[in-house]
Design a protein around this ligand. Structure first.
Ligand SMILES: C[S@@+](CC[C@H](N)C(=O)[O-])C[C@H]1O[C@@H](n2cnc3c(N)ncnc32)[C@H](O)[C@@H]1O
Length: 224
C-alpha cells in the first residue's frame, strides 16, 4: 500500500463528506448551472495529466482520497491511471501530492461522471474501478447514483475487448442494484467476488475503514 507522510501532506482540517448535491447530477438535467459545478469536457490534452502524454489505461471513478489510485500508479508504472472525483478538496489534495512527489503516471480530474466521459476514447481502457462510490440509499436520492444504464454503456464503450469493471460497496442494497443493472444491461459477464485472491487489488480508503470497523462489503468483477 502506498505510504503517505501525512505530517508533510495533511488533509484539510475540515472536510465535507459530500459536496453540493446537484454536482452528482448530469448538468443537462439541471435547470440552472450551480456555482462550482465541475466543468464539462469534450477532450483532454493528456500531457496535462501524465508525463508521457499518453492517455490513461485505467480509470478510478470516484477516487475520493485516492489511496487506491496512488497505489495502482506505484505498482504499475507502465500504466497511466486517471482518478475522477467530484469533490474539490480531494482533487486539490491529490493534485498537490502527485505534483510534489513527481508521480508521472497518476492524474486527477475533477468531474461529475453522469455527464458521460467523451474525452476517453473507445476501447482504450483495461480496467475501470468504481469502488464504494454511491452512498445514496434513500429512494429519493437514487437519482444521485452515477451507476446507471447510461454509465454502463459508457463503461462498455471505453473498455477494450478484455477490459474489466471492478465494483465494490458496503451497502447490500447498492450491491443488489449493481447486479440488477448489470443483468438488465446484459453485455457483461459478471462474478460476485468473495475472496481477496480473486480480487487481487490494493485496498481503498473506504475498504480499510470497513475492515477496521468489521463492516461487510460486496465486490463484483464484470468482464466484456
Ligand atoms: C465513499 S467515497 C469512496 C472513495 C474511494 N473510491 C474509496 O473506496 O475509498 C465515494 C467517492 O465517490 C465520489 N463520487 C460520487 N459520485 C460521483 C460523481 N457523480 N462523479 C465523480 N465522483 C463521484 C464522491 O465524491 C466520493 O469521494
Amino acid at each position: 500500500m502506498y505510504k503517505i507522510d501525512f505530517a508533510k501532506y495533511p488533509f484539510p482540517a475540515r472536510t465535507r463528506h459530500h459536496t453540493n448535491p446537484s454536482f452528482y447530477i448530469a448538468l443537462s438535467e439541471l435547470e440552472v448551472k450551480p456555482d462550482g459545478y465541475p466543468p464539462l469536457l469534450a477532450s483532454i490534452n493528456w500531457s496535462d495529466y501524465f508525463i508521457n502524454s499518453m492517455p490513461p489505461t485505467k480509470l478510478d471513478i470516484g477516487c475520493g482520497r485516492g489511496l487506491f489510485t496512488l497505489t495502482i500508479a506505484d505498482n504499475e508504472p507502465q500504466n497511466n491511471i486517471l482518478g475522477i472525483e467530484v469533490r474539490q478538496w480531494c482533487c486539490d489534495w491529490l493534485q498537490n501530492f502527485i505534483h510534489s512527489e513527481s508521480i508521472a503516471n497518476c492524474g486527477i480530474l475533477r468531474y461529475s461522471v453522469p455527464n458521460g466521459l467523451p474525452f476517453i476514447s473507445d476501447s482504450s481502457i483495461d480496467e475501470i474501478y468504481y469502488l464504494f462510490p454511491d452512498p445514496w440509499i434513500k429512494t429519493k436520492h437514487i437519482k444521485r447514483r452515477a451507476f446507471t444504464l447510461d454509465f454502463l454503456n459508457e463503461v462498455y464503450r471505453m473498455l477494450n475487448d478484455s477490459g474489466e469493471l471492478y465494483l465494490a460497496t458496503d451497502l447490500e442494497e447498492v450491491h443488489k442494484y449493481h447486479i440488477h443493472l448489470l443483468n438488465k444491461f446484459g453485455k457483461f459477464q459478471h462474478q460476485v467476488i468473495t475472496n481477496d485472491s480473486e480480487w487481487n487489488k490494493p485496498q481503498t480508503n473506504k475498504e480499510i475503514f470497513c475492515r477496521k470497523e468489521g463492516i461487510p462489503f460486496y465486490r463484483i468483477i464484470a468482464k466484456k
